[in-house]
Design a binder for this molecule. Structure first.
Ligand code: RRO
Length: 310
């Protein structure tokens, strides 16, 4: 049984798309809602429609993916209309991702969401690595605290934040201390590992056009970093702040590992892009088989219970 309690709702299973994959249009979003996924999240949006970076801007490779999409999206009103129209028809809460190009743009979008009838969960993306000239916000710790202070001065609906990967225990400590000051619903770790470079040796060339080939890395490459970030925040954050685990989930075992590290919901990007929404049937079945073999009836029996070597 994969049922998962989160934001006062029992999801059929913890599986979702990661924002950016299969969630740009109403057609893609409807396909996710019709899939086995327990929930889904919309493409990170800005106030106005954006074309994003020039193509090719997403490239699948054997061990993962590299992308520099550049935040293409159909604009705040498109996704808000979609979510408000669908929220009464779907049972599960809808996750709504925003990624403003400035603090002011994020605040403006959150004011619109706060005043709207939207009753789902908002995911504030502070970790887009791909807009030229715009550093990943959550690598700037004082700025992150300033944004959250502004946000929670008025925003009262459930809110999670999407973080970039961190690579140093001091950074986990410092970021967790900031996040613990706020009534966050969840922390989503991790976004793609920013600004990697993949090379086509035959062509002696990069594989994506924007930023001379630099882009966010996803998939198998990043699972150990994702697991470390999930574990680090699970062991440092107030228990009221849940963890959404994202990064390198390709099969039931990867999902099990994220849950063992403490994740409540699980998001899949690269492998969803490779396989399409049928992936959720496969991973749900594989996770259930692992649980059955281990004698677990519910996820709560093992969530977060990763053992140390004593
Ligand atoms: O659109 C993108 O280029 C993008 C975003 Br907003 C993000 O948060 N993470 C990513 O890998 N790509």
């Amino acid at each position: 049984m994969l049922q998962t309690n989160f934001v006062d709702y029992t999801f059929e299973n913890p599986l979702m798309n990661a924002s950016g994959v299969h969630c740009m249009t109403d057609k893609e979003l409807d396909e996710l809602s019709a899939s086995k996924a327990g929930a889904f999240v919309t493409k990170s949006t800005t106030i106005n429609l954006r074309e994003g970076n020039p193509s090719p801007r997403y490239y699948d490779v054997p061990l993962g993916s590299i992308n520099s999409m550049g935040l293409p999206n159909l604009g705040l009103q498109y996704y808000l209309d979609y979510a408000i129209d669908r929220q009464d028809k779907f049972d599960a809460p809808i996750f709504f991702s925003i990624a403003g190009m400035s603090v002011a743009e994020n605040i403006e979008m959150l004011e619109v969401i706060q005043a709207s009838d939207f009753n789902g969960v908002t995911e504030l993306n502070l970790s887009c690595p791909n807009v030229p000239g715009k550093p990943q916000v959550a690598y700037d710790f004082p700025l992150t605290e300033e944004i959250l202070t502004k946000v929670f001065s008025f925003f009262t609906k459930p809110l999670g934040i999407k973080l970039p990967p961190y690579f140093d225990l001091a950074h986990f400590d410092e970021m967790a201390a900031i996040l613990n000051k706020f009534p966050l619903t969840y922390v989503n770790s991790i976004n793609s590992v920013g600004n990697g470079l993949y090379i086509d040796v035959e062509q002696e060339s990069v594989v994506i056009k924007p930023k001379d080939g630099f882009g966010g890395i996803g998939g198998e490459y990043i699972k150990p970093t994702a697991l470390a970030n999930v574990r680090a925040f699970y062991t440092r954050l107030n228990p009221s702040i849940k963890i959404v685990g994202t990064g390198g989930i390709r099969n039931g075992q990867d999902a099990f590992e994220h849950l063992l590290c403490g994740a409540t919901m699980l998001q899949i990007g690269t492998e969803l892009h490779k396989e399409g929404p049928a992936i959720f049937d496969r991973i749900a079945a594989e996770l259930e088989a692992i649980m059955e073999e281990k004698g677990y009836e519910t996820i709560d029996e093992f969530r977060g219970k990763l053992k140390s070597i004593t």
